[in-house]
Design a protein around this ligand. Structure first.
Ligand code: AMP
Ligand code: MG
Length: 316
């Protein structure tokens, strides 16, 4: 068992990365679990801490676009245009992997995911690390991604060397993942950078469909994800809820009788619903809720990403 240091000191946290240890840090999407991308032993530690299946590739994080060359190679024009438009931001690009990046990073694939977070602490931390950092979400595999440092602590205390503490994350859902390793950019995972935004720069960009070859190359999209222990049920409106002694509700519409619920969250808009979802799942688990009812939203813009995450939690 490791002693997990909690700190707000960026330099202290970066020191652990430089000495081959695993560190959780904030980004604008969710908290990430970082390790030196060029150190295969550190990456092994990360897989173990997270209990992550070794066939699930990880995203390499950079503090500046100039570092992307050397992580990806033969970077296509489409990727360059997306980088210019959306980096830094909640967008991951899948590129052909440069041989400098160890194969374990991308679980044996010939490609690699790259992202530059739009978060001042993340960027300063990555700069202080002085090398590319792999960072999947800082949860135990299968659990909802952490949007607070306290949720990182709940999952990983004693399993990692350090948590860089900061505020709850702004977006609350993981990055949009776009495969740019082929001619047509394909969205492998929806997120807060929407298909419409991508198409405004790359009109040919498309959503990956479950049976596409590109989706087959993104193993993470097949794994069970984002699920609380409670069962999750999707409903159109809170009035559709069955009477239930141990239930919680999250959505946009108010519930007629919130007093009857063990957990309750009404969001003013889709952005706040998305920001709140994973932490709400975790709060419900802490309270032993049996069923979490989630109100459906329209699958457009950020709503598509929110519905994707809820569906994965329903399906398991
Ligand atoms: P996480 O780090 O938990 O946000 O998950 C990262 C996800 O990004 C993976 O589960 C994959 O779905 C996707 N991904 C990362 N790298 C690649 C890659 N080289 N090829 C395809 N998908 C990738
Ligand atoms: Mg994850």
């Amino acid at each position: 068992m490791l002693r997990t240091i909690l700190t707000s000191n960026i330099e202290e946290a970066a020191g652990f990365i430089r000495s081959g240890e695993v560190v959780a840090f904030p980004t604008e999407t969710v908290y990430g679990l970082g390790a030196d991308a060029l150190n295969a032993v550190a990456i092994q530690k990360l897989f173990q801490a997270k209990r992550r299946p070794s066939d699930n590739p990880m995203i390499v994080h950079v503090s500046d676009p100039s570092e992307i060359d050397g992580i990806g190679s033969n970077i296509p024009k489409s990727a360059i245009r997306l980088i210019e438009a959306f980096f830094p931001g909640p967008l991951t690009l899948v590129l052909t992997r440069d041989p400098r990046i160890p194969e374990v990073v991308s679980a044996g694939l010939t490609t690699v995911g790259v992202r530059m977070p739009d978060h001042p602490i993340a960027r300063e931390f990555l700069r202080a690390c002085g090398r590319p950092v792999v960072a999947p979400s800082a949860n135990v595999s299968g659990r909802p991604s952490p949007t607070t440092w306290q949720s990182v602590f709940e999952d990983l205390d004693g399993r990692i060397s350090c948590i860089l503490k900061a505020d709850p994350t702004r977006v609350g859902l993981e990055s949009t993942v776009v495969d740019c390793s082929d001619e047509v950019p394909v969205v492998l995972r929806t997120g807060s950078i929407t298909l419409g935004q991508l198409q405004s720069v790359e009109p040919g960009a498309v959503l990956g469909r479950p049976n596409d070859a590109a989706m087959g190359r993104s193993p993470g999209t097949r794994h069970r994800h984002y699920a609380p222990t409670a069962s999750v049920v999707l409903i159109d409106h809170p009035s559709d809820m069955a009477p239930d002694a141990n239930a919680a509700y999250i959505g946009l519409a108010a519930h007629p009788d919130p007093e009857s619920l063990v957990g309750y969250s009404v969001a003013a808009d889709i952005e706040s619903y998305a920001r709140r979802l994973f932490e709400f799942f975790r709060e419900c688990d802490r309270r032993g809720v049996e069923t979490i009812y989630c109100q459906s939203v329209r699958r457009e813009g950020l709503g598509a990403a929110l519905m994707d995450r809820i569906h994965r939690a329903v399906e398991r």
